[in-house]
Write a protein that binds this ligand. Structure first.
Ligand SMILES: [Zn+2]
Length: 191
């Protein structure tokens, strides 16, 4: 495989998991690489969703950061929006918490008599729009939802991709999650 062989079709097979493993390995090891692969990848992702907002990056199987007007928001492939990407999207998800060993044993092979199962809880985050399981996490009870990914999009696009985003600003790379919870604390309406 050469760089010129890496077509959108090949990338689409990679995205859908239908590319044979030996070819996927070739893609990873390709030297020199096709230097427009990220753009082909974005084009494939964009072609697979029904909405029009421009995808800036994919952050999980179902979630993307997209440009919407002057905002950058998290959006599910079903169309559900989770607000500003600088706020942990998990706070806008449907959450199911497994607290007891018996509840955890429904999805895990665990020894329910082990005292360790009482030290943590298992949280499942679902999309309010399509009810896809978006993430799971195991944390001590009371621990805030883990913010998995705050991408530095301006640096990615400027330094690594060589195409700076038009709305670059230092303010895009700030965790704003506490602003949302503070608003809830003041009795504000959930965004
Ligand atoms: Zn969804």
């Amino acid at each position: 495989m050469e760089a010129s062989d890496v077509t959108n079709h090949v990338i689409e097979d990679l995205v859908t998991g239908s590319l044979p493993w030996d070819q996927a390995k070739q893609l990873i090891r390709l030297d020199p690489k096709d230097n427009d692969r990220f753009w082909k990848y974005l084009a494939v992702l964009q072609s697979r969703v029904k909405w029009k907002e421009k995808i800036l990056i994919r952050i999980s199987e179902h979630l993307y950061v997209v440009a919407k007007g002057k905002d950058r928001i998290v959006k599910c492939d079903c169309g559900q929006e989770f607000g500003d990407y600088r706020m942990n999207w998990k706070l806008q998800a449907k959450i199911f918490v497994r607290r007891t060993p018996e509840e955890m044993a429904e999805v895990y092979s665990i020894d329910i008599s082990s005292p360790e199962t009482r030290l943590v809880e298992l949280r499942e985050y679902y999309c309010p729009g399509c009810y896809s399981l978006l993430a799971t996490e195991v944390l001590p009870p009371g621990f805030p939802p883990f913010f998995e990914m705050l991408p530095d999009l301006d640096t990615l696009y400027r330094e690594w991709l060589g195409k700076p985003l038009a709305d670059e600003s230092p303010g895009w790379f700030e965790d704003k999650t506490l602003e949302l919870t503070a608003e809830w604390g003041r009795g504000g309406v959930k965004a």
